[in-house]
Design a protein around this ligand. Structure first.
Ligand code: CA2
Length: 143
């Protein structure tokens, strides 16, 4: 099974500030967790992080016919990007939305998730281990 893990803007800054919201684990810790999960679960994981909306759309499109599942944390684009929603709908690949923080307990402007409208599941507030849970969910349901 091939899974694309996509992260949006500023996720590469994890662990640097706001540990009360996002925890102390760094982006390097997240990459290590993805590699460990791939090894243990015998899945192929391709990961990509970008601060640019169009690059995320490009990667979703490029997954068409290639990947069997997408794990996506669009970060701030969660709450603004109809382009990412449309791309997820266009490729029709089972997608799980992940948020490190519990967005439901945060500001009003974080209460809408466009990307989530094209996802079969949302995992929020579990820190970086939410990514592992998302991969296991895709493996259990779509492998
Ligand atoms: O909880 C999440 O995973 C978010 O997707 C993270 C985004 C935020 O805009 C979403 O509402 C929820 C923010 C990405 C990381 O931002 C940082 C801010 C300060 C220090 C390090 C990262």
């Amino acid at each position: 099974m091939k899974i694309l893990v996509l992260n949006g803007p500023n996720i590469n800054m994890l662990g640097i500030r706001e540990p009360d919201i996002y925890g102390r684990e760094t982006f390097a810790d997240l990459l290590a967790l993805l590699e460990k999960t791939a090894r243990e679960e015998q899945v192929e994981i391709r990961q990509f992080q970008s601060n640019h909306e169009g690059e995320l759309v490009d990667r979703i499109q490029a997954a068409y016919g290639v990947c069997d599942g997408i794990v996506i944390n669009p970060a701030a684009y969660t709450h603004t990007s109809i382009a990412i929603l449309d791309a997820l709908k266009a490729v029709g690949i089972p997608a799980v939305e992940v948020h490190i923080s519990d967005v439901s307990a945060r500001e009003d402007f974080r209460q809408v998730s466009y990307a989530g409208m094209a996802c079969c599941k949302t995992i929020a507030g579990h820190g970086i281990k939410g990514y592992r849970e998302a991969i296991l969910y895709l493996k259990d349901n779509y492998a």
